[in-house]
Design a protein around this ligand. Structure first.
Ligand code: C2O
Length: 360
């Protein structure tokens, strides 16, 4: 197998298939006249912007963030920086809209493999650059949803005002605060109207334990944390390294999915918006959720253990994705360009990490 390389000209409809139901969605990026693809270069500045926890931001910050989101939603519909176009990026990369260069039968999928963290990091990176550009503040940093800490385990308040551009109608109304997220996806949901202090405390404990499992105990190697290899350029469908759904990492399969399900509406079969990959990017909360997922990548690399480091294989490092940047230029980004968030000019506000102490 080879490094993954999406073929822009191949972009077609995405297919959402639940096994029972099937939906075809057009979500390819708009075709820009005379546009050519630029190779991404990490920015040269040395200033780091810090992404704040969503539950800790102040009013000035919120005002800026909301103005930026409002402007993004107000861009012409065929501007690739428009909010719906940004949401479509997720749809196109997750439901087989792209084939890979030279291999028209091999669909691109950025979930359930070692592409998960790099793809979403760069997706958020450009989303944030666009927001900053729209309010003329290149230092603007998006908030993250601190769901791994007790004070962040409910949907963040700033996303819940129906008059705010951060709001999304398609969410599970039964999961508004004070309902705590259940990071343990496997467990059956308990009776939801009996949320007394005790069950809350239990939920917090269980969530911290889940975090410890998925970040520390079961994530001792790159393959456990990032997921399995996913290669392109396969000649035959039976080549095992080329199967479209190799295996996701601990956080991807665990807390990440659990939060998607928690937010998405009770609306089978697709549970839009957050409950399905094709529509998840339509909820502004998606970007805060993935901010925290991305933060986990940074934290994981600081944990002790010789094998707790990123892959060094070229097929991973040379895998690439396509995005539009803040100037509406199409750029190709390689995994090797995004290993260190500081090189990209951002990091996360430092907050307590309680699950590090949650060794059972
Ligand atoms: Cu691309 Cu949380 O999914």
């Amino acid at each position: 197998g080879d490094a993954i390389k999406p073929d822009l000209s191949s972009c077609g409809e995405s297919t959402v298939d639940t096994g029972k139901n099937c939906l075809n969605v057009p979500c390819c990026p708009p075709k820009l006249k005379g546009s050519k693809i630029i190779d991404f270069e990490p920015p040269l500045g040395c200033k780091i912007r810090y992404r704040p926890a969503a539950h800790l931001v102040d009013r000035d910050y919120l005002y800026k963030f909301e103005s930026a989101m409002e402007r993004m939603k107000a861009l012409p519909v065929d501007d690739p920086r428009n909010f719906m176009q940004q949401a479509n990026i997720h749809c196109a990369n997750c439901n087989g809209a792209y084939s890979q260069v030279g291999f028209p039968d091999q669909k691109l999928e950025v979930h359930y493999s070692w592409l998960f963290f790099p793809f979403h990091r760069m997706y958020l990176y450009f989303f944030e650059r666009i927001l900053g550009k729209l309010i003329d503040d290149p230092d603007f940093a998006m908030p993250f949803w601190n769901w791994d800490s007790p004070c962040g385990m409910t949907m963040p308040q700033i996303y819940l005002d129906p008059y705010s551009p951060l709001y999304d109608e398609n969410r599970n109304l039964k999961h508004q605060p004070d309902v705590l997220v259940n990071l343990n996806d496997e467990e059956e949901e308990e009776e939801e109207d009996s949320f007394d202090k005790l069950t809350k405390r239990k939920q917090i404990k269980s969530n911290l334990y889940v975090m410890y499992q998925q970040m520390v105990r079961s994530a001792k190697t790159a393959s456990c944390f990032h997921g399995a290899a996913y290669l392109g350029g396969c000649e035959s469908e039976t080549d095992i390294s080329c199967t479209p759904e190799p295996r996701g990492g601990t956080i991807e399969n665990g807390a990440h999915i659990a939060v998607h399900k928690f937010v998405g509406a009770e609306n089978p079969p697709y549970n839009e918006d957050m409950g399905s990959f094709y529509s998840a990017g339509r909820d502004p909360l998606f970007y805060a959720h993935h901010g925290n997922v991305d933060r986990m990548w940074n934290i994981w690399k600081t944990l002790p253990g010789k094998k707790r480091r990123d892959f060094d294989e070229d097929v991973w490092l040379n895998s690439s994705f396509l995005f539009y940047d803040e100037n509406a230029n199409m750029v190709r980004v390689k995994v090797r360009d995004c290993l260190d968030s500081k090189t990209l000019g951002y990091d996360y506000q430092s907050v307590d990490i309680p699950w590090l102490r949650s060794k059972p």
